[in-house]
Structures are given as structure tokens and as C-alpha cells.
Design a binder for this molecule. Structure first.
Ligand SMILES: [Zn+2]
Length: 241
């Protein structure tokens, strides 16, 4: 069953989007007060990979009633939650990934090859200064993010609460393979107090030299809370092609 939501693009156009993989399933156009639903057939879950569209036109009595018929017909679970303001930046999944030894919990982790080289250099230089940097989390796939949220939805957690701590698939910087949640022995893990640790002080003074930047500093305007542990390798800042 798809969990879908409407993303308002303009006064007369809504995109119908799958909540969990951010795919556009179709759109609703309101033309002269008549509603047109345009649904891509490949999303009817019949494994028909075609761009053919199904067009339903409503009468002229607004679209709300038709909308409910429509989602009933397609067995979709409409998330009745206003996501209009959900405009975090969008991130694509890394096209290349390298295995990067183990994280703090001995799990294999993956990074974009460039980010991996920069991370390993940074880790080595930190070590010389007596700082032990470790990966808590690196690449995360859209599929993983989807499962994470699905598991919470299955436990009847409300979507608005889930979205306070997890981004929707497609909106996590970890998809790029360039973002790392960094930890260190004896430092608070994924807590604000991480910024009191020697590891954080070292990162503050040195990470930029290795092209790592804090994405969510204090007072950032992205809508995501302060995350002193989350650092991202910025390829564009290296000056390399
Ligand atoms: Zn992170």
C-alpha cells in the first residue's frame, strides 16, 4: 500500500507523492474548477513499466470528494498531514561507494570514494594530535530510510512526530555518502554535549582543512536541530573536478 501525500506546487497544481520514496505518483490539476487526476500507470503496482497515464476528471464540485473516491479505488493510504512546509534540501543517492572499514560498533560502513580518502586523512592527522575519531554513521540508502520510517509507522507512531527526528527518504545528507556522524571514545554519542569533547574542539579547528563542514551548526535555518556530530565532505570546496 502506498502512503501518499499531496505537495502543493501552485494554486492549481498538486503533486501526488509517495511519502516513503519521494517518487511522484501523479498530479492533480485544477482547471476551471474542474479537477484532473493524472496518475502514472507504472505506479498502479501491476509492474507495467509504462508512462501511460490515467486521466480522471471530476465534475465541478471541488476535488475533495473525488479525492477520497480516488484513494479508495487505488487502495492508497493518504497521510492526512500538512507537508507543505517540508522543503528541506533534496539529496541524491551516491553513484559510487567504497567500503570504509568498520564504524564504532564494528559494522561495515560505506562512503563516496572522495569522502573516504578525505576522512582517512583527517582521521590520521587527528590521531597524531591524540584524537581518536570514529564513524557512527555514514552512507544511508533511501531504502534504509524508508524502512526506518515504515517501522515507526507500523508501530502507530504519528508521522509528524517521526519527522522531528528522521527526514523523509530523499532528504537525508547521508544519502550522498559524504556525510558522517562522528564520534569519539569518552564523548557523548549523538548528543549536543559532544561539542564539549576534545574531539569536537579538534574538528572545529581542523575539519575544514580536510573539506569537512558542519551542516547543522547552532542557529542554522534548515529546520534541523543543532548536530555537532554531523560533518559533510564538500567536494565543491576542494577545487578538484
Ligand atoms: Zn548525520
Amino acid at each position: 500500500m502506498n502512503r501518499i501525500y499531496l505537495s502543493k506546487r501552485s494554486q492549481h497544481l498538486y503533486w501526488i507523492k509517495d511519502l516513503l520514496d519521494d517518487k511522484r505518483l501523479g498530479e492533480i490539476k485544477i482547471i476551471n474548477n474542474k479537477t484532473q487526476y493524472i496518475i502514472k500507470e507504472k505506479y498502479h503496482h501491476q509492474n507495467i513499466n509504462t508512462e501511460a497515464k490515467l486521466i480522471l476528471s471530476s465534475g465541478d464540485s471541488g476535488w475533495a470528494n473525488y479525492w477520497h473516491d480516488f484513494i479508495g479505488f487505488y487502495n492508497m493510504d493518504f497521510i492526512d498531514y500538512d507537508l507543505e512546509d517540508y522543503d528541506f534540501p533534496h539529496f541524491s543517492e551516491a553513484c559510487r561507494l567504497d567500503s570504509c572499514n568498520k564504524d564504532m560498533f564494528n559494522r561495515e560502513v560505506f562512503l563516496h570514494p572522495r569522502a573516504k580518502l578525505a576522512w582517512q586523512r583527517m582521521q590520521k592527522f587527528a590521531k597524531i594530535d591524540g584524537i581518536n575519531l570514529q564513524i557512527i554513521s555514514a552512507f544511508r540508502s533511501m531504502e534504509y530510510q524508508k524502512e526506518l520510517i515504515q517501522a515507526k509507522l507500523d508501530k502507530d507512531e504519528k508521522i509528524e512526530n517521526i519527522l522531528k527526528v528522521n527526514t523523509l527518504p530523499g532528504y537525508s545528507e547521508h544519502h550522498t555518502g559524504c556525510a558522517i556522524d562522528i564520534g569519539s571514545k569518552d564523548a557523548a554519542i549523538l548528543e549536543e554535549e559532544f561539542d564539549q569533547s576534545p574531539a569536537f574542539k579538534w574538528l572545529e579547528n581542523n575539519a575544514n582543512k580536510f573539506d569537512f563542514y558542519m551542516t547543522y551548526p547552532k542557529g542554522n535555518t534548515t529546520g534541523i536541530c543543532y548536530e555537532p556530530w554531523h560533518w559533510c565532505f564538500k567536494l565543491e570546496k576542494t577545487g578538484l573536478p
